[in-house]
Design a protein around this ligand. Sequence first.
Ligand code: F6R
Length: 604
Amino acid sequence: MCGIVGFVGTNKVKDVLLDGLKELEYRGYDSAGIAVLQDKEFSSYKAVGKLDNLVQKVADFDPKGFAIGIGHTRWATHGKPTELNAHPHLGDASYVVHNGIIENYQEIKNELMAEGTHFLSQTDTEVIVHLFEKYLATEATPFEAFQKTLAKLEGAYAILLATKSMPDTIFFAKNGSPMIVGVNDEGEKVFASSDAPLIGHAKDVIYLGDGEYGFVSPTALELFDKRHQRVKPSLTPLPTSKLSAQKEGYRFFMEKEIYEQSDVISDAMLGRLQDESINFDELDPTLFDGINEIKLCACGTSYHSALASSYLFERYAKVRTSVEIASELRYKEPLLLKDTLFVVISQSGETADTLETLKMAKAAGLKTLVICNVDNSSMVRLADASILTRAGIEKGVASTKAFATQMTVFWMLALYVSQLRNTLSIEKIKDQIHALREVPNSVKIDDNLHEKIRRLSKRYLHGHGFFFIGRDVFFPLALEGALKLKEITYLHAEGYPSGEMKHGPIAMADPELFTIALMPKGLLYDKTKSNVEELSARDSTICAISPVTFDKADDFIQTKEHGHYMLEFFEMMVVLQLLSMEISVRLGNDVDMPRNLAKSVTVE
Ligand code: F6R
């Protein structure tokens, strides 16, 4: 995801900006840029791809003496990853960097264009700098122009702005996206969107609150709250370990990534949800012409998201959908017919088995699509079309947020295909979009829920196995819950369709068999309940996850009631992730780097 750095001081501007961007690399990005203001002149450099490309471009740039600078790593949301769309964005004599989303940017852009402003990029960010320059002409001071700009913006942002009209000053603002200001004894000021880039450059930091804004110069640090009252900055000592700073206060990357899901799901939906329709700029609708079947193919967690989405494709888009495990498809001499759209799903875009199946499908002349988290990966380069899931880099080996964004993209894609095939009315699509907008809320974690799962986890450290059970899309979610548990606790777990238990596995039921039952209220509740009662009657230890109180369970995790079963899906996904993590913690395992596993499996 995007990262921001900024610096006011002497001799170090280039190093602080580039080192800071390097520290933010782990968050994922597809382009980067800096702008430095020295002796009233700006120098700006941008590059697509790895930070090294930017480093090479600035090799001969040596700004000695006092300077101010701002820098950014961008993960494309509005507009493709190109140099023009990379930050910083230029007005006439000012540059801006921004994280977040300006929700009313189109309205502002239309107004400014009608007044003759020329835009260079497709980003929402560029409106900020043009708006500022418009107000610069009318307001008494640049700071008032900045205040007036902020008053027009709706949405989430962390902003740094530098302007020739106050060449020793950086304006800043935060609302919804993180921003930290660091200070040291030399009077230097350093900005970053997380702690890590500040380490070594700042002694104390100010964690800006939402609605706060102000400016810094060598001699000033002025801070205002959302009611425009001047506030005294409250300084906190900066942590000294970079690794722990990257974890942003969480114990593990996995925990941080579970908590990040609300944000990355919002990113995955950015620009793709309209009021009455789903839009994928990256797709040419003719991709679906002549298609009578969708074949989804993946490994591991990505396979689970594919399996869950197959229910959505058939239910909403009324298109025949099959799901394949890549390592199986490779050697089963599959029938690959030209009226099939072949879709591979992969966080990394490099998994050897999945990549091979994509090659097979292409060789057989099928149209292909990849749903992937990594731009420019082998699969993205090979497939006819791609949709990026925008989860940012996932460091925990056990996938969490990547799965969450895959599911978000799949739900949107099922609706997109249903639009093309006219299988849902506008009203039904609108209801679904309304529900989709609720997903980021459904995965927010209440402290009480996390605490309950933490306490409960101590009862699940032994036993002769876990069965995660569910119906419909909750069956693939059960598979994913079981996989998470296996990966980081090394306990045996299986995912099973609730209705299948009586066809064999119920023979295992006894108090040492743990059943984790997914019992959504909005989908087949009574059917699932009967299956869980059958297990309870045979004395299996039951942990029920449901909005509906269930008195036959030994443990009960209450989830919220939602207007759509998919929102229950997302909330239960978080419960399962937390449960595995807390069991793993109690067992003393390495949560982020479980034994025997690698993040990307590039061998067969
Ligand atoms: C589990 C996990 C793996 C991957 C699988 C495929 O937490 O991450 O099961 O899903 O190795 O990897 P990708 O999605 O990169 O193709």
